[in-house]
Design a protein around this ligand. Sequence first.
Ligand code: GLU
Ligand code: ZN
Length: 303
Amino acid sequence: MYIGRFAPTPSGPLHFGSIITALASYLDAKKNNGYWKIRIDDIDSPRIVEGAELSILKGLESLGLLWDDKISRQSENIKEYKNILEILEHKNLTYNCNCSRKKIAILNQSNLNESTYNNHCRSMHHPSSSKSAIRLITDYKSTNFIDRVQGSQCDNDSTGDFIIKRSDQLYSYQLAVVIDDQLQSVTNIVRGTDLLSSTIKQHYMNNVLNFPEKIYMHIPIATINNQKLSKSNGNKLNNNNSSLILIEGLNFLKQKIKRGIENASPREILKYAVKNWDLTPLQKIKKIELSSTQKLLVDNTHT
Ligand code: GLU
Ligand code: ZN
């Protein structure tokens, strides 16, 4: 049974970029006679905006993207995160890290890029403190996976041991998401290519925990002037014509669109789109600049 999901962070309303992820994951699930579940990724409390969850859910409903099953929230899974962290600790797969981002950059002699870490604290045996982060000891030799759109992915060992509990004592996105997907019995993960480097980590941890393999598919991200559309860039949808938004989403995803369908209801459009869902035109594409019509749907602070 195919179980897919859309996992928005409630840091703002849906924007065109998140609609594309929602749409692609919905179409892929429905094409495969699967379930499409919603999870609210609300673990990163500093990023949560009041009212955003409701506005995201209303946005999905108005597009006809109706989910199966009850909505789950990361904030309900904290106990599970704690349990799994203890399991990893008992297996001696974790250590405390006191490095600041700045220190890591110096150790790496590179820019401030948290995604590579040279495992500096692995052998230090720092005692735990309320200021230290916890990292997972990694050995990436067997982490290759085949992405359904992006093809074969392998880590070149550049990632290093990654954080599973942050220095602010919040569980990390990487830890949470692996556990959440397992709790929701997710089989298929569809999301943007901006998360490919996270997938290497999540796929690794999924294996360490002996959870069943997930099937991944990373679709191109939407850009304006080569910059990813995001809530933090101030990208807001400025149009509430659901049919038009869906048609432009399908155009973005390079799907076949029959003449006249733009006048149909969202429900009809989705039915047509499920039937014709085709991954072939997306193969190996990492990002796509919005067309001029699509740009008109977006309020954008950098234009
Ligand atoms: N919550 C994440 C985001 O909004 C996506 C998580 C995921 O798909 O795994 O970027
Ligand atoms: Zn460290």
